[in-house]
Design a protein around this ligand. Structure first.
Ligand code: SAH
Length: 348
């Protein structure tokens, strides 16, 4: 059964009509659901209506199977169980400007990035939009907070689950829902170029984040199989198009792996490639690179670059006009990066 949180108010109206209930109830139900009130808890919806609805939709939020709280910075990591018993992860981080959630978009992932824990066992299935918004609502409910920022950087590749991910963006932005502005939402992709073009067409003012991790095809294809389908130059072409269409600045993620992609020569190459593909003499698109020391994932054998190497890499980029920041690591004591808890759980 389809999850009730996947329905827009208009779709809920159609559903109410289908089950012979008054359609004006739909918008009430939508706004209560998205405030975190469960269908079973609603006092202004009759028992009969609830029963009828539960006959045609799944009204459950993801349930908390495990919850880890960082003693260092309060970051919370959830292992959520879905109605079919599959598990996903979400992470809630507290920043000065509010709470940010990192949501998953698929159960597993089929992109095969060599350093990533989420993809080791492949993709099981796509998440429905309602299972994505459900992560936000379940966390809001559990913590008694109002999450104000979303990053689609959890398990899965959002552009490999395009329609559901876009529907999730629209639901999250809905004014009767959690009402989070598009400017407070980022979507991260490993470089599904066809999806980047499709997303640009929709012209949603979200931030697009590209997991680049290498500036040349040889290195990138070695660690990210998606690069064999769409190479670095094709990817950057799509980025340029995205910026031209939407006017939204992109950001690049670069995970530093010792001895793999962290040399000064590659930093120089990265700056050169970004500058030549994205900038012209008259157009100086702002470019931002987030440097992240790779998290060690048991099976991969990759080691993070050392502190000096990272600083050096950042300085090389800055010297060539590329803003680079080293990502602050939150929740390091709870292994807050996604993919690892679900794996642990599956291994029992
Ligand atoms: N599929 C999307 C979003 C999920 S991954 C994407 O690839 O962007 C979110 C980010 O975490 C990506 O930048 C990804 O490359 C990075 N990542 C995955 N495993 C990592 C690891 N072991 N260490 C550091 N970053 C990692």
């Amino acid at each position: 059964m389809k999850n009730i949180y996947s329905y827009t108010p208009e779709e809920l109206e159609a559903l109410m009509i289908e089950i012979g209930e008054p359609k004006y109830r739909a918008s009430q139900i939508f706004s209560q659901l998205h405030k975190g009130i469960l269908l079973s808890e609603m006092t202004n919806v009759g028992k009969k209506t609830k029963e009828k609805l539960c006959g045609v939709v799944d009204a459950a939020l993801p349930s908390i199977k495990r919850k880890l709280v960082s003693q260092i910075d309060g970051t919370v990591k959830y292992l959520f169980e879905l109605s079919d018993k599959n598990c996903i992860e979400s992470v809630v981080m507290k920043y000065e400007h509010g709470y940010t959630i990192c949501v998953s978009s698929q159960v597993g992932c089929r992109m095969g990035c060599k350093f990533c824990a989420s993809t080791l066992a492949g993709r099981v299935r796509d998440l429905e939009a309602g299972e994505m918004i459900g992560q936000v609502l379940a966390a809001n409910r559990d913590l008694g907070i109002r999450i104000s920022n979303i990053v689609m950087m959890g398990i899965g590749e959002p552009l490999d689950n395009f329609d559901n991910s876009v529907k999730f963006l629209r639901l999250a932005n809905h004014e009767s829902g959690v009402n989070i502005g598009y400017r407070h939402i980022s979507l991260s992709t490993c470089g599904v170029v066809s999806g980047i073009y499709k997303l640009a067409e929709l012209d949603l003012p979200i931030t697009l984040s590209i997991s680049l991790h290498a500036p040349d095809d040889e290195t990138r294809s070695e660690i990210m199989p998606v690069n064999r389908r769409w190479g670095v130059s094709e990817l950057l072409c799509a980025c340029r198009d995205y910026y031209k269409k939407t006017g939204r600045r992109l950001s690049f993620e670069y995970t530093l792996i010792s001895g793999k992609n962290d040399s000064r020569a590659l930093a120089e190459k990265l700056a050169q490639v970004l500058n030549s593909s994205l900038r012209t003499k008259t157009e100086t698109m702002p470019i931002h690179v987030n440097l992240i020391p790779v998290n060690e994932v048991g099976e991969t054998g990759f080691k993070p670059a050392d502190k000096r190497g990272i600083k050096d890499f950042a300085a090389t980029l800055e010297m060539r006009g590329i803003r680079a920041t080293v990502r602050r690591k939150l929740g390091s004591d709870i292994n807050a990066s996604c993919g690892q808890l679900r794996r642990e759980d599956a291994e029992g």
